[in-house]
Design a protein around this ligand. Structure first.
Ligand SMILES: NC(=O)c1ccc[n+]([C@@H]2O[C@H](COP(=O)([O-])OP(=O)(O)OC[C@H]3O[C@@H](n4cnc5c(N)ncnc54)[C@H](OP(=O)(O)O)[C@@H]3O)[C@@H](O)[C@H]2O)c1
Length: 343
């Protein structure tokens, strides 16, 4: 039925980026409840840096096709699916499987991309936009006039978080290496170099009364500094463990330690709150609510883009066949925004 060929990138085991394999096959057919998406843009997330080291806390067994999210056009609809979805540009959060020319997704999991947003632009806003929006507005519930600290302000999630916060009238202190500081200043962010000097001391100088929220994807021992930088009434949102990417041993333990700390901090009386944010929370147990929330929040992010509140920060755009270069680039520490892969 489909004359096209399936092209996908396989992660065969713990390998260097050059060890990723390109596999060719037959384009699948949408089953009941599914749509087939012809990929127009997918991307590199921090998760893939962890997965190639076997360090993502719930990655599947090797071999598998990575790719956390994608944007593309629906080219086939399965039984029970609204046929009008065919031809529509959609976005999907999949965790794995996105690095492929064609991807099967449950129809209930796709979110339409509004007209006027390009595929690569939309791609910068899927996992990054959902994560940033939900942490900012569902967890920290920031308000205009507040001050927040965003770690990794140049990264994929960080760059969307910063822009959404600025659009909400929030003052932002952002950590990043020095090469990104001019760019951050241009966005109204006060930059702090996380590779040089005492970050906590510098943030205290900038916000002597503490900050209203901290967004921490670094984890490790630094999470204690993030907690201590909070003003009374402030919120810590922990959402990753970038600092343990290259460690050996259990891949779950760093996250469990963060969960333990968060639990303890919330249990003690201290007028501050802590969360561990997980974009997949509720996915297994309350799927309908999960889907409704994801759809609503991604739609808000797309609307923010259309209003000009946020821009798509594309760090680089490479074809899927150059995924090894894309992953090397992501790991180089030179990147501002999202690395987008195209067919
Ligand atoms: N909990 C969730 O549901 C969820 C969902 C999505 C993402 N995340 C997490 O969000 C984080 C960002 O993801 P992303 O895809 O946006 O990644 P990304 O685009 O690769 O950006 C990573 C950012 O982290 C910085 N960084 C890397 N290693 C670091 C370290 N050891 N200490 C301090 N900063 C470090 C990078 O700075 P340089 O450029 O200077 O290296 C960059 O700013 C990841 O930790 C990821 O696991 C969590």
């Amino acid at each position: 039925m489909n004359a096209e060929e399936l092209v996908e990138v396989v992660l065969p085991g713990k390998v260097e980026p050059e060890g990723l394999q390109v596999r060719h096959g037959v384009v699948p057919v949408a089953g009941p409840g599914q749509v087939l998406i012809r990929m127009e843009a997918t991307g590199v997330s921090f998760a893939e840096q962890q997965m190639r080291r076997g360090r993502y806390y719930d990655q599947p067994a090797f071999p598998f096709v990575p790719g956390y999210d994608l944007v593309g056009t629906v080219v086939d609809t399965g039984e029970g699916v609204e046929p009008g979805l065919a031809g529509v540009r959609v976005a999907a959060l999949v965790k794995v499987g996105g690095w492929a020319s064609h991807v099967l997704v449950d129809a209930a999991d796709v979110v339409p991309v509004p007209d006027g947003i390009g595929a690569a632009q939309a791609e910068t806003l899927v996992v990054n936009g959902i994560t940033a929006w939900q942490m900012l507005h569902r967890k920290a519930r920031v308000r205009a006039g507040q001050t927040i600290l965003v770690h990794g302000a140049n990264g994929g999630v960080g760059s969307v978080l910063v822009q959404l916060a600025r659009a909400a009238g929030v003052k932002v202190i952002g950590t990043a290496s020095a090469r990104h500081h001019d760019d951050l200043r241009a966005q109204g962010v006060v930059p702090v170099d996380y590779r040089a000097g005492d970050v906590a001391a510098r943030v205290r100088e900038l916000a002597p009364g503490g900050v209203d929220a901290v967004f921490d994807h670094v984890g490790g021992r630094g999470i204690v500094d993030s907690w201590r930088l909070l003003a009374p009434g402030g919120t810590l949102v922990s959402y990753g463990s970038a600092s343990t990417r290259d460690d050996e041993g259990s891949k779950q333990w760093p996250v469990l330690k963060l969960l333990g700390r968060v639990w303890l901090w919330n249990a003690l009386p201290n007028r501050r709150r802590a969360y561990f944010y997980n974009a997949w929370a509720g996915h297994a147990l309350a799927k309908d609510r999960f889907r409704a929330r994801l759809r609503a929040d991604l739609t808000q992010v797309f609307a923010a883009f259309q209003r000009g509140d946020i821009t798509a920060r594309i760090a680089a755009q490479l074809p899927l066949a150059r995924v090894a270069d894309a992953l090397r680039l992501a790991e180089s520490g030179t990147v501002a925004g999202k690395i987008v892969l195209t067919p």
